[in-house]
Design a protein around this ligand. Structure first.
Ligand SMILES: Cc1cc2nc3c(=O)[nH]c(=O)nc-3n(C[C@H](O)[C@H](O)[C@H](O)COP(=O)(O)OP(=O)(O)OC[C@H]3O[C@@H](n4cnc5c(N)ncnc54)[C@H](O)[C@@H]3O)c2cc1C
Length: 389
């Protein structure tokens, strides 16, 4: 069982960190976004810079070489970056989800062995949960591990794995007892570095979320030491893989806020420059109605995310709050980017303008960390539990 570690950062330190991020975005990220996005090029230089800034250890404890940031600060970093280029935050987020599984549920020896290398970015990776026939219904996975002496031998296929090509390690969810009932009791989570029997299948050609690699991973008699079983107990994998979902939802929600705010920023500027009927379109009531809704939506999303992150940092149970933040902020990203597309008129449809990327990228936010269909049901179940008749 994991213990929640409460994190804190001084206001001055947070401000200095956010300033560093802002300078980096302005100097290094903005000039290369369109080239990398349009050509689907993995941003090697930006990854090196993120390593130097310590972002691959952002939420890993300082005792393991990370920055040990509270969720509130990390959320602000993700929001800021996403308001210019959402996709690169996935390189860090998925990696930190893998690290969180080890930090929360691993043995002390596993933490000491893996976390410093995760924090420095020397080993980067992500979460390997989804399979061709198991996404929302995660308990239907078929990849399985069989114990042989001091090793496990793993066979199966994972799909849609972020950082699957550029990363060198994943937290891999498998069945160690495919007959177990209920099904989750037969699931285990492994720290799985690349090696013999662990190969990359196809790379996905996606609508958005370009430049970051999403791939199919194939395990063919992949042999792994038993000491890589997280917590060194079988049957805990489902809980370990989904136990970080509150933080995962806050992460996705923060990306949603960034996309919603970025779309608003682009639309606000364009609406004041573009003229029709002798005046800037921002002075037409139809455009003002859109801007009024967009600014309100972005602000409401930001407040919901901040509220969830604060509850998380206090160590409170916040699955409902994180769910509401994820649901609302991701829908805000989609609505704001679509409204911004309309404000840009025909130019929204040109790749010479950036707004089309926000629209493509925002749609993903409704899928990751639990689809928004599931999210509403999770919120409702929690709500009913907290309000018995
Ligand atoms: C770009 C990208 C990156 C990804 N990265 C990763 C990653 O790094 N690691 C990883 O493990 N996975 C990753 N995924 C996979 C992602 O988590 C799944 O796509 C997601 O969980 C949904 O699963 P699915 O696609 O199989 O949809 P399905 O589960 O088949 O769902 C299809 C539809 O049915 C709805 N639905 C399903 N079950 C129910 C139900 N019980 N009640 C009501 N509605 C239901 C869903 O909400 C959805 O609308 C990624 C996906 C994408 C697109």
């Amino acid at each position: 069982m994991s213990e929640h570690v409460q994190r804190h950062i001084d206001a001055d330190d947070e401000a200095a960190l956010l300033e560093t991020i802002d300078r980096w975005i302005e100097r290094d990220v903005r000039p290369v976004v369109m080239h990398h996005d349009h050509n689907d090029i993995w941003p090697a230089e930006l990854v090196e810079q993120m390593k130097e800034m310590g972002l691959f250890g952002a939420t890993i404890g300082q005792e393991y070489g990370g920055l040990g940031l509270p969720a509130t600060t990390y959320s602000k970093i993700v929001t800021r970056i996403s308001s210019y280029w959402m996709a690169i935050t996935g390189i860090v987020n998925s990696h930190l989800m893998m690290a969180a599984a080890v930090e929360r549920f691993g043995t002390e020896a596993q933490k000491r062995k893996w976390l410093p290398k995760f924090a420095s970015g020397e080993i980067r990776g992500g979460l390997g949960l989804t399979e061709p026939d198991a996404g929302t219904d995660l308990q239907a996975i078929r990849t399985h591990a069989v114990r042989e002496g001091d090793d496990y031998v793993i066979n199966g296929t994972k799909t849609w794995i972020t950082n699957g090509i550029q990363g060198s390690c994943i937290a891999l969810l498998v069945k160690t007892n495919p007959q177990a009932e209920p099904r989750y009791k037969g699931m285990s989570l492994f720290i799985a570095p690349k090696g013999e029997g662990f190969t990359v299948g196809k790379k996905f050609d996606k609508l958005g979320y370009k430049a970051i690699d999403t791939a199919e991973l194939v395990f063919d008699n992949y042999r792994i030491p038993a000491e890589n079983l997280i917590g060194e107990v079988e049957g805990e994998g489902f809980f370990q893989a989904t136990g970080g979902l509150e933080l995962g939802r806050i992460n996705v929600a923060s990306r949603g806020v960034g996309l919603a705010e970025g779309s608003l920023r682009l639309a606000t500027e364009y609406a004041q420059l573009r003229k029709t009927m002798g005046k800037p379109i921002a002075q037409h009531q139809a455009i003002q109605l859109k801007l009024g809704e967009m600014v309100t939506r972005a602000e409401a999303a930001r407040l919901l995310v901040n509220q969830a992150a604060q509850a998380y940092d206090r160590g409170e149970r916040c699955d409902m709050e994180a769910g509401m933040a994820k649901y609302f902020a991701s829908e805000a990203a989609v609505r704001n980017s679509e409204e911004a597309m309309r404000i840009f008129g025909g130019y929204s449809y040109s790749k010479e303008y950036e707004i089309e990327r926000y629209y493509r990228d925002s749609l993903l936010m409704c899928i990751g960390e639990g689809t928004n269909e599931m999210q509403r049901m999770i919120i409702a179940k929690q709500w009913l539990k907290r309000n018995p008749a």
